[in-house]
Design a binder for this molecule. Sequence first.
Ligand code: G3P
Length: 218
Amino acid sequence: MKFYLDSANLEELKRACSWGIIDGVTTNPSLIAKEGVPLEEHVLKICDLIQGDISAEVVSTSAKEMIEEGLKLSKLHSNIVVKIPLIEEGIKAASVLHKEGVRVNITLCFSAAQALLAAKTGAYIVSPFVGRIDDIGWPGMDLIRDIVQIYGNYGYKTQVLAASIRGPRQVIEAAKAGVHICTLTYKVLEQMFQHPLTQSGLEQFLSDHKKAFDLVSA
Ligand code: G3P
């Protein structure tokens, strides 16, 4: 499974990058807006930090403008994957961009029917938002399992990227479902490190070491 960091914050990116386990980055207009820097300028800084797929989302909503914006974004850096919302105009734009050789991440996917449309465009990635489905009381992970099964039935090459992940439990469920990628906030990644038994076990090891050898060296 590939881990992408779901953030546009350069400090979070630097810290997560130091762990050596990050395979790419996803951004969206809300994450970019939080940084207060124009998309093209900021996404190039991210490309300098992380070797891997960097998703940058268009803000146009007509196919014609999404195609123009997508082509422009893809030319900024070879690692850029163009994020397109899963609307009718987005499907139209994604089909054209794919034929132009642009790697597309179709985002804001909330149903298996939508995911089928995404695969038909030849998209590089589809991003179903698990957490936001759970947030309204529906089973978000069922969608992930449905998409993985449907894509496997037809051998679609589109990668399933589990997005809107709310905690480590969902990462495990997504892994068991066989997704290609999970995009994770810095907070969720940090939570994945934590376990009380690891902490207490290490404290015991170090305490025993100190008792046994510090006395010898004293
Ligand atoms: O960036 C795409 C997705 O992961 C955002 O999800 O629900 O945390 O805003 P959310």
